[in-house]
Ligand binder design. Structure first.
Ligand SMILES: [Zn+2]
Ligand SMILES: [Zn+2]
Length: 451
């Protein structure tokens, strides 16, 4: 049988540990390794509400004969467990006829021994996404965090952002083009149990549970932090089944990034990270009263991966066209929660200012502007941006117009104005003129000896 040929016996045990976990067995772990024997896998199953221990012997060999089954049978009988127990032998090869007969007599109830051969493994592999030729478990994921708020519409986040923009009428805003990209993530739960001993006894003990949230796309695994971590780690975040959701009808474009590695690879990666994370240097005093330092790194087998939960996180990107401009607004979503990754709406198109107190829409060109880049159109008294306005100075002050036509119209209006109206086109100038006049009158009066 050509399957799993490249794995060592130990790697096969590790792999089977993952397989059983995926099959829904609980508390799956390996027994302590003894000198001459391989390690057994210990786990539990719940059948009709009753918890039962299962002791598994893994044999990465061509044939498994009766003594192996017999030996496991006695191991199960002596296994210290407060409740019913049974055994299982898993092999990549096949069982001899006597081995089958022996197991057959024991039955498949309490105290029985179940046999899984290479053919059974093939069936299981298909069920759980195990690649039997390289021993890697692929990630099968058909779930995503919900891309939209449960009640608000698809584009509600964009409209919410637009509400902050002055001079913009939402009713007249076109529908944005909204794309959905599913980004793969994993939540890996690991249990670390380690004891570090020296000649003076135990110097350090570890008993830790860690939940790692990992970006699992093609660019390699990366620990998720901050908001994305919170979205994924929230157990109450609503999820959708990707097979059922009619997303193609609801979004303009739907893409799905692949998981960049196999579950087996992520597991190995996570174990190394957790070993690093829990590495500490401890100080202790030896029997000779000398101070020592010891770096305590949990071994690979001190870290056991309890669960790997894959889920896609929807990254929603909207593009809104207003006049001559396109605005992008993007966020990671988890039902009613989201975290913004790009906000092109609270940003001035002219200077990229993102922290302005107000943003104002220029209906003439479609720009969104900070206070420095928005003016008042002289003829119509509406906002106009500095980028598209036509300017001309009247009463020594620059005036802003939507276009030449409005400028021309104002020129005519201006030429018809009374002198005081013209002066009022520049209140500062007018005030200065009044001040100068008062001053001059004062000077004149005093020179005429009136004061
Ligand atoms: Zn600006
Ligand atoms: Zn403009």
């Amino acid at each position: 049988m050509a399957i799993l040929d490249d794995l060592s016996g130990y790697e096969f045990e590790d792999l089977m540990e993952d397989v059983f976990r995926k099959l829904g067995y609980e508390n799956v772990r390996q027994s302590a390794r003894t000198a001459d024997e391989g390690r057994d896998i210990l786990m539990e199953e719940v059948v009709d509400g009753r918890r039962r221990a299962v002791v598994v012997e893994c044999k990465h060999t061509d044939t498994v004969s009766r003594p192996v089954v017999q030996k496991l049978h006695s191991a199960v009988a002596t296994y210290d467990y407060d409740g019913p127990k049974r055994g299982m032998v898993a092999t990549t090869g096949r069982f001899t006829q006597p081995a089958r007969e022996y197991a057959g007599k024991l039955g498949d109830g309490d105290g029985g021994i179940e046999l899984l051969d290479g053919r059974d493994l093939r069936a299981i592999a298909e069920e759980i996404g195990l690649d039997l030729y390289n021993g890697r478990i692929e990630i099968l994921c058909e779930h995503s965090l919900a891309p939209t708020h449960p009640t608000a519409g698809r584009d509600a986040p964009v409209y919410e952002a637009l509400r902050d923009v002055e001079n913009l009428t939402l009713e007249k805003t076109p529908t944005p083009e909204t794309a959905l990209e599913f980004e793969p993530t994993l939540t890996i739960r690991a249990q670390t149990s380690a004891t570090f001993e020296t000649s003076v006894g135990v110097v350090h003990r570890l008993e830790e549970t860690d939940d790692l949230v990992v970006h699992a796309g093609r660019e390699g695994p990366r620990v998720a932090t901050g908001d994305v971590r919170d979205l994924v780690a929230n157990p109450n975040a609503p999820r959708i089944d990707l097979e059922d959701a009619d997303l193609e009808d609801r979004f303009d474009d739907v893409g799905r990034d692949r998981f960049g590695a196999t579950e087996t690879e992520y597991k190995e990666w996570a174990v190394e990270r957790i070993r690093d994370h829990h590495t500490t240097t401890v100080h202790y005093t030896g029997g000779n009263n000398v101070d020592y330092e010891k770096t305590c790194t949990p071994s690979r087998s001190d870290v056991s991966i309890r669960s790997i939960d894959p889920v896609y996180v929807p990254h929603v990107t909207s593009r809104l066209s207003l006049g001559e401009y396109d605005y992008r607004y993007a966020y990671y979503a988890a039902g009613p929660s989201r975290t913004t990754t790009e906000d092109g709406i609270h940003r001035c198109v002219h200077c990229d200012e993102e922290d302005a107190d107000t943003y104002t829409y220029c209906a003439n060109c479609g720009s969104i502007n900070c206070p420095d880049h928005i003016r008042t159109e002289r003829l119509e008294d509406d906002p106009v941006c500095t980028g598209c306005a036509v300017t001309e100075r009247f009463a020594l002050k620059t005036k802003y117009f939507y276009d030449e036509e409005n400028l021309e119209a104002f020129r005519e209006e201006y030429s018809e104005m009374a002198i005081y109206e013209k002066a009022m086109e520049n209140p500062a100038l007018a005030a200065a003129a009044v001040f100068a006049l008062v001053f001059l009158v004062g000077v004149a009066s005093s020179s005429m000896g009136l004061l």
